[in-house]
Design a protein around this ligand. Sequence first.
Ligand code: F3S
Length: 755
Amino acid sequence: GETKVPMSRLENGKYINYQRIEDNLQIVRDRLNNKPLTLAEKIVYGHLDDAHNQEIERGVSYLKLRPDRVACQDATAQMAILQFMSAGLPKTAVPTSVHCDHLIQAQVGSKADLARAIDINREVYDFLATACAKYDIGFWKPGSGIIHQIILENYATPGLMMIGTDSHTPNAGGLGMVACGVGGADAVDVMAGLPWELKAPKVIGVHLDGKLSGWTTPKDVILKVAGILTVKGGTGSIIEYTGPGVDSLSATGMATICNMGAEIGATTSLFPYNDKMAGYLEATNRSDVAQYANAFKHNLTPDKGAEYDQVININLSELEPHINGPFTPDLATPLSKFAQAVKENDWPAELKVGLIGSCTNSSYEDMSRSAAIATEAESHGLKAKSLFTITPGSEQVRATITRDGFTETFENAGGVVLANACGPCIGQWDRQDVPKGVKNSIITSYNRNFTGRNDANPATHAFVASPDLVTAMVFAGDLTFNPLTDSLIGADGKPFKFSEPSGFELPAKGYDAGENTFQAPPEDGSKVKVAVDPKSDRLQILEPFKPWDGKDIIDAPVLIKAFGKCTTDHISAGGPWLKYRGHLQNISQNCLIGAINDDNKEANKVLNQVTGEFGGVPEVGAYYRDHDIPWVVVGDENYGEGSSREHAALEPRYLGGRAVIVRSFARIHETNLKKQGLLPLWFANPKDYDLISGSDKLSIVGLDKFAPGKELTIKGKRANGEEYSFQVTHTFNDGQIEWFKAGSALNLMKQKNNA
Ligand code: F3S
């Protein structure tokens, strides 16, 4: 009979469909004349919405794909779910999970920190819990762990495809899954049953020879690759690991490597299915998945002779441990040169804090190796010299390392075990040991180390290394310590050298699941009421935007003519504003406040053409909206570059904006604007940017004949009555024009759903 293997033990009636991938690949292989395929291509093309008709050219075509799963963390889930709700669908179209991990601040230790977070964030958690129950979404409560670790333990599946609203979603590549980080708007589409669009990725092959040993760990593979490719080198590419060296890595080690591929801009990273993955699937109660994958192994490994766009060779037997940083994850220094680099660059040599764990490096293997190092230090009577924190990636990891004595070892050494959450990795760290502005060094086993990321102190030098090195250095209290060559002095006054660390890939006694922190959706969630307090300043139900009234847009004031770079950070700033990401009205108070007004070269100071007074951008925008005056934004090149943050499109729309006219758009932001019912328009002649000033009014004419490939006319009026006109182009297709007419993509979805 037909094989029915559940996608996860936690979901009913949802099965892995390897046959569909096989069928899609048959079609694609015929069309590509049986050219050998990389693994990345097999999985991506295996998920094509229309394998027969889709154009397929690596690095060129835009693919329409059907991911198997969506995952959201609690910070990004808020707006994603609010948008999903406004589509009016009864439940999510593909299996989805939400993870409460980003909002827990590290202060004193796991228990107290978690209790405080639950108190402070109660309304957000209640909203997410009830919305998940209503829309058939698995909800992982605060304390359950970090999204990517939970995915690896429960949901990651070789050969399947997932999107997640977090940049380190590629972690699941450690189990052979194509897992990509996306913005909320993409997640909403897939949750609503629409295909997901991705530019056909290029494929970078990293060929691994040899075998890891001694102090070299999987983390060092990615630290090395980051040094080679730099923070931009993976853009538009999937990084695919191949070669005999792969089999010397643990599954969780492969996940570490894929996780940190985000730091080089890669679409995702990926390992071929092997016995190590099968072993991890079995250890996490998924032998059925392993068996099914074994039967389809030909689709879970690359073809012989597959061509890569670029190949990097690494011999694991010769690879040294690396330390990357400070301030950027691609500044890679081999351990043997690091002490010298510290001196030459005047990096603070005293190590203030060592932090292990996070979604990147908190596996049982990582923890067992770190515990072995700590045990050895203890046997010489040493305690940690630096502050030492341990972040378990999940409740399962926490329970298992506690049962097996590692937690006690860390605590005996002076370590503090933090909540199973992101904590200091995302700046949720109430750091007290060093005042802001004071130069100091920390070292983490995390992934990102941009200025201020961990503790909001721009003078903190954050280095990234394996948990092994972090742990050894904590006992030295000194960044120039090299455990391969240097000795420490024990409590008995005698010098000793650390042995090579060793640990266990998987727990001999199996995993201990710990406390149950999962809320499964009820069989029928239709009666559940989603909890949103109308008085909340953090959450607000989205009201649908008005549909197009069928008329041209006449005499719309230019709200701002943005000068120079205008990224999504200029359009919707982060930092303290992130608190309001579930409340469109409140977060809209940051709309375009970072953009520079071309008229006066100042930020957040624009002319209110009605009152003649100057005001902040959000204030003037809202004034126009409240007086039924449509407005437009004018911008320069690559407008909206940066992130896929959907707030950058929602906010101008909420404040009554109708069009954004620029020399060029960053593609994702352009699509996000279309989805929210705005008109992203391009100057047909880029010089026409110079015609416009912030005191002009623009009319967009010919909207009744709005069609793909057809230019529109803009008629401009200056304050002195002078008139001018110019042409604009656009990239709308027929379907996207329907979004504009309906007022937004979600409005259209709702219309279709109610029809
Ligand atoms: Fe969280 Fe840091 Fe990972 S913010 S998801 S632990 S990269």
